[in-house]
Design a protein around this ligand. Structure first.
Ligand SMILES: *Cc1c(COP(=O)(O)O)cnc(C)c1O
Length: 386
């Protein structure tokens, strides 16, 4: 067996890098000219394979990449990525050496964290690049931007002190929107706050090479929020909207991930037979049941038990009974000629939004699901490879 045969013998995810490139090209045109393009590849590129997606972004003219953790950034560097890498997550000071060794730009959202990072950077004789994070309403990380003038002045002085620490080089300032898919009033107030913070710092003589605010939906909905850079996550992977809007639905984005599974067996079972753990489904007629080698340990949520359909020979086949750890059953009674070894499509551009809806979550969570046990194979230049 070659690598590709091995990877596609059970359950795998096909990642279409040609579609990723198509999406990058479409999204670049959405940005105000002169604005930088950041591709978010955290969490294994939302389940799509971080290294391959980062290489495609780099080859397609992205200006920056972003990760959530310093080890993710280090892995990119070890695999030949030379673009600037922003670590969005808060980082323990102990990672300072790694930040420096792998030339990662670190988000810093409070003075204590900044001081510790600066101290360690100084002891190793280095300066690390940082982007200052401002909390304008997400209430996650960042310097809280208050509403009173005294508070604003105090916060600006603290940020200015951070930026002047000897182990740090403050190159950027940014924030993150909480509800860019809805509530324009709140989003505009967040935008106003980051611009105000920047202005208060300018009055203290502190300027930044790059200011940014908008992630996928923010870029599509708020051109005024493009500032110096747009941070593209979910849209890169082919989905324009999160859960409640149709943001950017006029854009011709193409889903990048398809999860496939090779049918283990097709079984003839009589009416009245119960299927899987807990006997939650009883066959209403004599049936053909396909056994799929994909379960919740592979990333098929157990809450899709009796609540989802997969595609077999282009026909929707309902999931029967509970999703198990490693296997799932589907009804193929009405599909002719199905046999062991045939390929079922578990997730694609149509099924992923349905899986999200049926499990009460967002597309982001579903595409992150395929586990380490699910090999990623890549379509690149029209060819499939491991
Ligand atoms: C994850 C993340 C993004 C990307 O978000 P999408 O909605 O997927 O575009 C951008 N910025 C920050 C700070 C993030 O944490």
């Amino acid at each position: 067996m070659n690598d590709l045969q091995l990877a596609t013998s059970r359950t795998w995810a096909e990642i279409n890098l040609d579609e990723l490139e198509h999406n990058i090209n479409i999204l670049r045109r959405q940005l105000t000219p002169g604005t930088k393009f950041l591709g978010v590849v955290k969490a294994n590129a939302y389940g799509h394979g971080m290294i391959e997606c980062a290489r495609k972004l780099q080859a397609s003219g992205a200006d920056w990449l972003a990760v959530a953790t310093v080890p993710e950034g280090a892995e990119l560097r070890r695999n030949g990525i030379t673009l600037p890498i922003l670590c969005l997550g808060q980082t323990m000071p102990e990672f300072c050496g790694m930040i420096s060794d792998y030339d990662i730009t670190q988000a810093v959202g409070d003075i204590d964290n900044g001081r510790k990072l600066s101290d360690i950077a100084q002891t190793i004789g280095k300066k690390i690049n940082i982007h200052v994070k401002i909390d304008t309403g997400m209430s996650r990380t960042g310097f809280y931007w208050p509403s009173d003038d005294a508070g604003k002045n105090r916060t600006a002085r603290e940020i200015n002190e951070l930026c002047g620490l000897p182990g740090l080089n403050a190159e950027g300032i940014f924030t993150h929107f909480a509800i860019a898919d809805d509530d324009p009033e709140f989003t505009r107030s967040q935008l106003a706050k980051i611009l105000e913070a920047k202005e208060y710092l300018r009055r203290l003589g502190r300027t930044f090479a790059v200011t940014h605010a908008a992630a996928s939906v923010g870029v599509l909905n708020y051109p005024a929020a493009h500032l110096d850079m747009g941070r593209f996550g979910l849209v890169l992977y082919g989905y324009a909207s999160t859960d409640n809007g149709n943001e950017g639905s006029t854009l011709d984005l193409h889903p990048v991930m398809t999860v496939k599974s090779r049918i283990t067996a097709v079984r003839k079972l009589p009416a009245g037979t119960t299927i899987s753990y807990g006997r939650t489904y009883t066959l209403k007629r004599d049936s053909l049941v396909a056994v799929l080698p994909m379960g919740y340990a592979d990333g098929l949520p157990r809450t899709l038990s009796n609540n989802f359909s997969v595609k077999i020979h282009d026909t929707l086949c309902p999931v029967l009974g509970r999703v198990c750890m490693d296997m799932t059953m589907a009804d193929v009674t009405d599909v002719s000629g199905v046999k062991a070894g045939d390929v079922a499509t578990i997730f694609d551009g149509e099924l992923i939004p349905i899986a999200a809806k049926n499990t009460g979550t967002i597309i982001h969570e579903i595409v992150c699901k395929p586990s380490q046990r699910v090999p990623r194979v890549f379509i690149d230049g029209g060819k499939l490879r491991a």
